[in-house]
Design a protein around this ligand. Structure first.
Ligand code: ZN
Length: 299
C-alpha cells in the first residue's frame, strides 16, 4: 500500500514537473511572439525589463495604446518603410505596392535621397508619402539637440531639393526619442510618427513569421514598421498585404491615417532659412543596407 502511494506520488510529481515545463516553454514562446513581437530574438522579456524602460522602443507605448478596445474604428494599416531609398530593394517594394494598389509611407534618410534622387522621385510619383528619418540616420543618443535639429532639417532639405515635397512626419533613427528630443521635433513643426507594430524585419528572414507577427494582436488601425533594405520584407509583402486585406484592413499613408482617426497631421511651417546639412561624422554607408544583428530595435 505504502509502496503504491509512493509510486503515485512520484508519477504525480513527474506530471506536475512536465506540465510546468510545457507551460513555461509555451509561455515564453507565445508571450514573446504574440504580445511582444518587437522583441529581438536575442533578448528575453526579463532582460528587457532589467534594462529598464528607457531603452524600450516607443512602439511599445503606442502598441499598448492600440489595444482592441475601440470597435467603432476602421481597420487601417499604414505601412512604413524606413532607411531608404536603396537600389534593388526600394524598386522591388514599389513594384509590389503598385501591383496590389497599396499606398505606403517611406521614411527616408537624407543622404540616400541625394544619392538616389530618381528613387526618391519614384516614391512620390507613385503616390506614396515621403517622410523624414534624419539626414544620416544618426540616433539622438549620439547627438546634441542642436545636432538632432540639423539632422532633421538636413533630411527635410534633401527631400525638398529632390522631390519638391515637404514631409509632415518624422521618425527618429533607432525609434527612440527623449522628452527633449520630442520637443525638438515638435518645435520644427513635425508630427512624431512611430510604429505600433514591429514585426522585426531586420532580423526575421522567414516571410511566414513576418506575416504572422505583423498583424498579431491587431484588429483596428496601426502603423507597421518595415525597412527599405530588408529582403525578408520584400518576400513577405505580397502575403502580408493579402493576409491583412482578407482580415478587412485598408492600407493608407500616415497622413491619411491621421486624417481618418481625427488627428490630421499639420503641414510643415514655412522656413525662412534652412542651414546646409553637415556632412561630418560617419555615414550609415550603402555597403550594408541590412542593419547589423546587434543593432537593437528599429534601425
Ligand atoms: Zn531607421
Amino acid at each position: 500500500m505504502k509502496r503504491k502511494r509512493r509510486w503515485l506520488m512520484s508519477i504525480v510529481s513527474l506530471l506536475v514537473l512536465v506540465s510546468a515545463l510545457v507551460l513555461a516553454v509555451s509561455f515564453r514562446y507565445f508571450y514573446k511572439r504574440e504580445l511582444l513581437p518587437w522583441l529581438p530574438p536575442n533578448q528575453s522579456l526579463w532582460s528587457w525589463r532589467a534594462d529598464g524602460l528607457e531603452r524600450a522602443p516607443q512602439a511599445l507605448f503606442d502598441f499598448l495604446q492600440y489595444k482592441d478596445s475601440d470597435r467603432s474604428r476602421k481597420k487601417l494599416i499604414a505601412m512604413t518603410f524606413d532607411d531608404g531609398p536603396y537600389p534593388l530593394y526600394t524598386p522591388l517594394l514599389l513594384d509590389i505596392l503598385k501591383h496590389y494598389k497599396v499606398k505606403a509611407t517611406f521614411f527616408v534618410v537624407g543622404i540616400h535621397v541625394r544619392e538616389f534622387p530618381a528613387l526618391a522621385r519614384k516614391i512620390v510619383a507613385e503616390g506614396h508619402e515621403i517622410a523624414n528619418h534624419t539626414n544620416r540616420h544618426r540616433r539622438e543618443r549620439d547627438l546634441s539637440q542642436e545636432e538632432l535639429r540639423g539632422e532633421i532639417l538636413g533630411c527635410e532639405q534633401a527631400i525638398f531639393d529632390v522631390t519638391g515635397e515637404r514631409p509632415r512626419c518624422f521618425r527618429p533613427a533607432g525609434g527612440f526619442l527623449t522628452e527633449e528630443g520630442i520637443l525638438t521635433v515638435q518645435n520644427l513643426g513635425y508630427s512624431s510618427c512611430n510604429a505600433t507594430v514591429n514585426p522585426g524585419d531586420w532580423w526575421q528572414r522567414d516571410p511566414d513569421m513576418l506575416i504572422r507577427s505583423s498583424y498579431r494582436g491587431r484588429s483596428r488601425e496601426g502603423v507597421t514598421l518595415m525597412h527599405s533594405g530588408a529582403l525578408g520584407i520584400v518576400r513577405a509583402l505580397p502575403g502580408y498585404i493579402n493576409a491583412l486585406k482578407a482580415k478587412g484592413f485598408d492600407f493608407v499613408t500616415m497622413s491619411e491615417l491621421g486624417r481618418q482617426v481625427g488627428r490630421p497631421l499639420p503641414d510643415l511651417p514655412q522656413r525662412t532659412h534652412i542651414p546646409t546639412p553637415s556632412t561630418e561624422g560617419p555615414s550609415p554607408g550603402l555597403g550594408s543596407p541590412i542593419p547589423e544583428a546587434d543593432d537593437e530595435y528599429a534601425p
